[in-house]
Design a protein around this ligand. Structure first.
Ligand SMILES: Cc1cc2nc3c(=O)[nH]c(=O)nc-3n(C[C@H](O)[C@H](O)[C@H](O)COP(=O)(O)O)c2cc1C
Length: 186
């Protein structure tokens, strides 16, 4: 398996050290090149950095307590997707699918740049819509934290166990089937 895929994980021990602009641009460039239905590229990213500490604090304020570890991250991003295709304004049922693909590209590039990243569904969506002024034709996806890895000791006790636990996955036989007869892949 590709080394980056194996290396990527949802780390939580963010350092407060700022991230170089070139690295952030490289991560966003990776999102840009993701595949999408009809090449719609429905993803949009609203970025908050230490360059504007007030806005960064506002972005931190949407996170649930369970994601408070991400408040140390020097970059928070709100990832949203346009619900309709631009051509004809028909509903694009794949808008979230494509947002996920772009986010994963970012994830891999973040690790390629020696950084860590964490996607979060746990935040106050209504508050995000208001604070970030998300237009009606967009759906809010995830909040993303990006930064340098710090020592696990910076994490409050309740997050440490998760930081050390091995990553787990369903077996291949649970997720892959041959043809249409439900036979497990051998
Ligand atoms: C769409 C999405 C939403 C997630 N939301 C949260 C979240 O709110 N809080 C959290 O701690 N982790 C969140 N995660 C991280 C997952 O728990 C993590 O990806 C999963 O446990 C697999 O671990 P790994 O990414 O380290 O392989 C989210 C991941 C995804 C893809």
């Amino acid at each position: 398996m590709n080394e980056l895929i194996a290396k990527r994980w949802s780390a939580r021990a963010f350092s407060t050290k700022p991230v170089e602009r070139s690295k952030l641009l490289s991560i966003l460039e990776a999102a840009r090149w993701a595949p999408s239905s009809k090449n719609e590229q429905p993803w949009r990213y609203i970025i908050f950095t230490k360059d504007n500490p007030v806005r960064l604090m506002e972005a931190q304020s949407v996170l649930l307590e369970s994601n408070s570890y991400a408040k140390r991250a020097p970059i928070l991003i709100c990832a949203i997707a346009r619900k309709n295709y631009s051509e004809g304004e028909k509903y694009n049922r794949l808008h979230f699918h494509d947002l996920g693909a772009a986010n994963e590209n970012m994830f891999l590039e973040a690790f390629n740049q020696g950084l860590i990243m964490h996607e979060m569904g746990g935040f106050d969506i209504q508050r995000a819509i208001e604070i970030f002024k998300i237009p009606d034709d967009f759906e809010v996806g995830v909040m993303i934290a990006i930064g340098h890895q710090d020592k696990h000791s910076v994490l409050p006790e309740r997050f440490r166990e998760k930081a050390y636990s091995p990553r787990e996955r369903r077996s291949l036989s649970e997720i892959a089937f041959v043809g249409d007869n439900g036979k497990h892949l051998e």
